[in-house]
Design a protein around this ligand. Structure first.
Ligand SMILES: [Fe+2]
Ligand SMILES: [Fe+2]
Length: 160
């Protein structure tokens, strides 16, 4: 089914953001693993998988709309040098993803592409209710208990 050109271009821009987040989570996840901070390592490997899933959904939709998925482009990733900086950089990345998703959703609305809009809404739900919420909670935990206590609390893997 031939899709709207503006929607396809925006879906590709969204794909670039999801793949960029995926790369950043991979870098941070591996750094946490190296530092022995198991709970953060596992949480971020999970986030990595979720971004991969978001990317897959976008690629499928772009192909369905007869567009060409741009799987090569990336934005610059921001690798932090401390736990707090890494969490803050991930939060910034997620906020950028959320803002762009809203822009694409608005454009889908204009083009009356309601099915694409619904797909994007599930991505926005994951982004706001899971990723952003978790990062805000953890940055707040650092404020509440101090960085050393926070890191200690994340050394062992928790079961969600
Ligand atoms: Fe995502
Ligand atoms: Fe995310």
């Amino acid at each position: 089914m031939q899709g709207n050109k503006t929607v396809i271009d925006l879906l590709n821009a969204q794909l670039t953001l999801e793949l960029t987040s995926m790369d950043q989570y991979l870098a941070h996840s591996k750094m946490y693993e190296d530092w022995g901070i198991s709970a953060l390592h596992h949480k971020l490997s999970h986030e990595y998988e979720e971004e991969l899933d978001h990317a897959k959904k976008l690629i499928e939709r772009i192909l369905f709309l007869e567009g060409v998925p741009d799987t090569a482009s990336r934005k610059k990733i921001h690798v932090g040098q401390s736990v707090e900086q890494m969490l803050a950089n991930d939060l910034n990345a997620e906020k950028e993803v959320a803002a762009h998703l809203k822009k694409v959703i608005t454009e889908c609305e204009k083009a009356q592409d309601y099915v694409t809009r619904e797909i994007l809404q599930t991505l926005l739900d994951d982004t706001e209710m899971d990723h952003i919420y978790w990062l805000e909670q953890h940055l707040n935990m650092i404020k509440l208990m101090g960085l050393q206590n926070y890191i200690q609390s994340q050394m062992k893997q928790h079961h969600e």
